[in-house]
Design a protein. Structure first.
Length: 494
């Protein structure tokens, strides 16, 4: 087996699909007997939608969700409608639906998901990992790499001896999915009160998610809340229970913020909540995990296939660790902004004024949506290291757009007819060369502004730019292809 993935949550399923796209043998093992159908997350952001769109998944996910033209920071509303993306909104879509669709996508590509199969032990040597799997069909699976996508309490992380430092919970949040006899008006309703705040979100007609956050007590994992616990706590803060009944799910969460001290121990990697946990403010965790998976997938595949050197895998932690660290910081800030009291009220008022300033709104909104990411990629073109915009273009006279070129999960060298058309000789087995007619003279890059559309651009499978040029030559292209996709293949004729 090439790769074992522990955990069939959004991160593990996305990673499995990415590896299968690249033809890698993969099995996903999960401790649960079956998918629960429960949903912690209720929404995804623009960059994740772009990532899904790059693989053709938005065609199935968009009709299953509800676009909301805004997001928030610590509960303070921010408009996203003018963000430079094809998806300038938050998509309200429950985690269970995302998982169902990702599982279908991964299994259509040939991945296997084994339920009732917890990882209980690991042993690694220079050539591979022995993964001990419990459950009725348990046993040992030997693989080249193991990826722990097994959530915040990750067994893989513990077995690999990777530390998980950070800050403890300072509050408690509870949620319940219920029906309401007397629902408030609107699809989203929330208020701040004495000791906390509450919100009511209509997921579907007749089905509401209620959340209550309290700052006068702290999360106690030893005590699983009952529906009655939830109702009482909600009533204490909101003064009403909106006639809640028929609970489907009750759960609790806190604002502990922790990050794995490294994302790799030899042949074992961590991704998603296994690598980072934080308060669910702004709905960023699932997004982060899916983007970890898409960053790691093509790199792992290239190394498993023997095309790229093992050092390529070091770029996974180098690129993704700072992104999660930033999310931990912004969620801590959001918790601070959410506490009750006159001082925080004053801070919120100040912040509300700041968010009216477009530059501030863009800066914070682009961070929450992850549209502004810039990986440390060699090159001084303003596009290098940033996500390629989904610009319109035509290929062979047919109208299309850039993200459509990434569906197969392969690197793409995109060159425009009126510029240089560089060769990919030596990499033709793994880099697709596309010659196109540009649809726009300028591209808008979040956090940068408008730049001239380049003459040619080398796009990694995750949609980030490995190299770009405005000049009629291809200086630096071979070096970029070697760095990211491995050395050139020497043809037999040479
Ligand atoms: C109240 C709340 C609201 C949220 N809202 C949002 C939101 O709107 N947007 C957003 O982006 N994020 C949100 N999140 C965060 C999001 O739910 C998580 O970040 C996301 O589920 C992480 O996905 P994952 O695949 O990394 O881990 P998980 O979803 O935790 O999946 C881990 C999987 O690993 C399995 N597993 C565990 N142990 C083992 C083992 N030993 N062997 C094998 N399998 C194992 C588990 O059974 C599980 O299926 C929210 C979280 C909470 C608590």
């Amino acid at each position: 087996m090439d790769v074992v993935i522990a955990g069939a949550g959004p991160t593990g399923l996305m990673l499995a699909a990415e590896l299968r796209l690249a033809g890698i043998d993969v099995v996903v093992v999960d401790a649960l007997p079956a998918r629960t159908g429960e949903s912690r997350a209720g929404g995804i952001h623009a960059r994740t939608m772009e990532i899904f769109d790059q693989r053709g998944l938005m065609d199935r996910l968009l009709p299953l969700g509800r676009p909301i033209q805004a997001g928030h920071f610590g509960g303070l509303r921010m408009e996203f409608g003018d963000f430079p993306t094809r998806f300038p909104f938050t998509l309200g879509i429950v985690q269970a639906v995302i998982e169902r669709e990702l599982e279908a996508h991964a299994t259509e590509l040939g991945a296997t998901v084994r339920w009732s199969s917890p990882v209980v032990g690991i042993r690694q040597d220079d050539d591979g990992v022995e993964v001990e799997v419990g459950g009725p069909d348990g046993g040992v699976i030997r693989c080249s790499f193991l990826v722990g996508c097994d959530g915040g309490r990750s067994t893989v992380r513990k077995l690999a001896g990777i530390g998980f430092d950070g800050t403890d919970a300072t509050m408690v949040g509870m949620l319940a999915d219920v029906e309401l006899a007397e629902p408030p008006a609107g699809t989203v309703f929330g208020q701040r009160r004495g000791s906390g705040d509450f919100s009511v979100i209509q997921f579907q007609p007749g089905w509401h998610r209620l959340m209550v956050q309290r700052y006068d007590r702290v999360l106690d994992r030893a005590h699983e809340p009952s529906f009655e616990d939830f109702r009482e706590s909600f009533r204490e803060v909101a003064g009403t229970d909106f006639g809640m009944h028929s609970p489907r799910w009750v759960s609790q969460y806190g604002d502990a913020a922790r990050q794995a001290d490294r994302y790799r121990e030899g042949r074992v990697f961590l991704a998603g909540d296994a690598a980072h946990i934080h308060f669910p403010a702004g709905g960023q965790g699932l997004n982060l995990g899916v983007q970890d998976a898409v960053n790691l997938g093509w790199k792992l595949a290239a190394v498993v296939r023997g095309q790229a050197p093992g050092e390529l895998l070091d770029s996974y932690e180098a690129e993704r660790f700072p992104v999660a660290a930033r999310v931990l910081q912004n969620t801590r800030a959001q918790t601070a902004l959410s506490r009750p009291g006159a001082h925080v009220n004053a801070l919120r008022e100040t912040f509300t004024g700041l968010l009216d300033v477009d530059d501030v709104r863009f800066r914070i909104g682009l961070m929450i949506t992850a549209l502004d990411l810039e990986y440390d990629v060699k090159g001084d073109h303003p596009l290098t290291g940033r996500r390629v915009p989904d610009a319109d273009l035509a290929v062979g006279g047919e109208a299309t757009r850039i993200h459509r070129l990434l569906t197969a999960g392969r690197p793409v060298l995109l060159a425009f007819d009126d510029g240089v058309v560089p060769s990919v000789d030596g990499w033709a087995d793994r880099v697709d060369r596309v010659q196109a007619q540009r649809g726009a003279e300028r591209w808008t890059i979040p956090g940068v502004g408008d730049v001239p559309a380049p003459a040619a651009v080398l796009i990694r499978p995750d949609g980030y730019v490995a190299w770009a040029t405005d000049e009629p030559d291809a200086e630096g292209l071979d070096e970029a292809m070697t760095t990211w996709f491995g050395p050139a293949t020497v043809s037999a004729a040479c």
